[in-house]
Design a protein around this ligand. Sequence first.
Ligand SMILES: NC(=O)c1ccc[n+]([C@@H]2O[C@H](COP(=O)([O-])OP(=O)(O)OC[C@H]3O[C@@H](n4cnc5c(N)ncnc54)[C@H](O)[C@@H]3O)[C@@H](O)[C@H]2O)c1
Length: 268
Amino acid sequence: MADFHLSGRTVVVTGSATGIGRAAVDAFAAEGARVAAVDIEFDVLSRHIEEAGLGELVTPIRADLSTAEGVTSAAEEAMAALGGTPDVLVNNVGAGRLKTFEELSDDDFHRTFELNFHSMVRMCRIIVPAMFEAGKGAVVNVTSDLSRQAEDTIVDYAASKAAVASVAKSLARAYAPRVRVNNVAPGPIWTPFWTDADTGWLKNLEAAYGVQGDAAVQAFIEDRGIPAGRMGTPEEVANAILFLSSDLAGFTTGSTLGVDGGTVRATL
Ligand SMILES: NC(=O)c1ccc[n+]([C@@H]2O[C@H](COP(=O)([O-])OP(=O)(O)OC[C@H]3O[C@@H](n4cnc5c(N)ncnc54)[C@H](O)[C@@H]3O)[C@@H](O)[C@H]2O)c1
């Protein structure tokens, strides 16, 4: 197993009941880090912590991170659970709906930005200055390949992720050298983001390509031109999150690390 030397560090992970956030929580705990895991799906989160035997290292926290009050209470509870300002903040929470530009209402844009963008801004406003005062800290935001290479749909989602990347650049400059701020930009990763029965994007693929399940995924991979020829795993994204959280990335700030199977063509 990789060792990112994170034993004893304190970490906040948002959106941690399933998918990439869950994989990050598991990986931090495997390192011996103490984690405050925040999610609106508290029962799912708590059950996983119990079943994985992580109760000594991971504290579940219930919050709706799409509201200012939810972020404030989550940050306060997390810092109480961890005994002060965390060493690491992972802004992972996010969601998106597959709609064309013309289908997207103002309310759709608003909801997407509340969760994907304002949760990051609000969490950073509370925690980053405290990290600076403490003399150290690392922030990792989970953005998207779409933040670097926009498509003709999912406009609100891509814009919200690009906005996170922009704020990350500003914070990386404002709080250097004590606090490092970086982004991990996943390509398509096989999580409930795709598979959820109500909100998952798989059913949109099935509708678009006229085939079901694996065949729809394969058609998407070819259509999207993912050089790796597959979707990624949450664990592959978690590895990148842990690296950027660790001192091994001590000279890396204001950067975006793609975990996208080679999808993004630009040299940024
Ligand atoms: N899966 C992908 O293909 C992919 C690609 C690029 C970026 N991402 C990003 O990765 C991040 C994690 O996504 P994932 O794929 O693991 O999906 P996921 O749906 O498995 O995880 C999202 C988590 O956020 C939680 N959440 C949703 N709304 C919330 C709210 N209002 N308050 C608190 N928690 C809330 C969910 O309960 C869930 O645990 C997101 O920011 C997503 O945009 C995912």
